[in-house]
Write a protein that binds this ligand. Sequence first.
Ligand SMILES: C[S@@+](CC[C@H](N)C(=O)[O-])C[C@H]1O[C@@H](n2cnc3c(N)ncnc32)[C@H](O)[C@@H]1O
Length: 385
Amino acid sequence: MAEAKRAHHQKTGDSFFYGDPAITAVLQAALRCSGEVDRAPLDRATHGFHSYPAGLHPDAAKMLVGLGEGPVLDPFCGGGTVLIEALLAGRSALGLDISPVATLVARARTVRTDETARTALRSRARAIAEHAKTVPLPRNVPEGADAWYNPGVIAELCAIRDGIAAEADKNTRELLRAVYSSILVKVSHRESDTANRKVEQSRAAGSTSILFHARAREYGRQLEALEAAIPPGELRARVHREDVREFRGKETFGMVVTSPPYPGVYDYLTMQQLRWMWLGIEPGSDSAELGSRRAFRLDRAAAVTRWRTDTLRWVRTVAKVLDPGGKMVVILGDGWVGNRSVESLPPLLEAAEASGLKVLAGCTAERWDEGSGGLRPEHALIFQK
Ligand SMILES: C[S@@+](CC[C@H](N)C(=O)[O-])C[C@H]1O[C@@H](n2cnc3c(N)ncnc32)[C@H](O)[C@@H]1O
């Protein structure tokens, strides 16, 4: 399938450029590597820790961050790909996302640690896994868990969850929680983060605990690699759970790099139900989610109208905190709902103009899309305030 995808992608040379050729070359390269199946860059720093849907390719994020200067804002930070690349480039960063799972992942991938913190993570994970392997009687089983997990897995997940809750050190607890979150879909009957289909799987007794411990050790190595790659200094990436449309930050940024939801493609909030269940997350209202698939399915015309107003709201908000002369880079694809495409570019261009941002360059490329079984345009644009 991966080969077929690559072959198909390579067949689709159709690209459309405008603006400065040197910049469009970078935008085109960023779009092209988003379609690559080469996973090697995921080994860089913490990129490979914890899945998060629709992540930018790390190399694309690196190229885009390199198009500007100063602190970086990603208002739809997802799993934090842009934030990691900002840190690696020696820049501080702020990420916003309404999804509590996104903020958990983005924080976990950008947290600064020392050897003491990483040793505590590994040793506590080992102790918790040893205990959970004995499969104690499950306590406080979350409602609905038996539909998605085998009974033995449920018992181990309960024991790991309780072991993490008993951890006294807050920082260690946060790292352990992220590791726990990273295994919750893998040990379930759910096909993947983005596919809600049920795939029956059997798991040997103790294997969930072994996986938890192995992930903690791997995460420790990834955090160490992150530390080794960040230039010296007090650099931090902060991550806030926030609806970007309501963002009223006081600080300003030299650059915005972001990839907002594509209209009608995913339900970012509800696809994380299994994690909410085990992590005890209260997801809050899902009406704040931009471009959700369920909104487009429910009432396409209303969703298209809302997409326009939401785009105007987030671009205005972000433009306000951009330094004069600062750049905003956006990767955005068209949507696909009910066998028809949803154009995402015109609302973005209108919103940018209304917010005092002028287009420096842009590139549109057609990409193979699994969901629609056809080609779907993706856009990379750079604006300046
Ligand atoms: C395409 S993903 C971003 C992926 C990210 N670039 C990465 O590499 O992981 C879009 C994100 O926008 C978030 N989102 C949707 N509506 C939002 C809103 N109103 N405010 C902030 N974030 C929102 C979703 O939760 C999702 O994580």
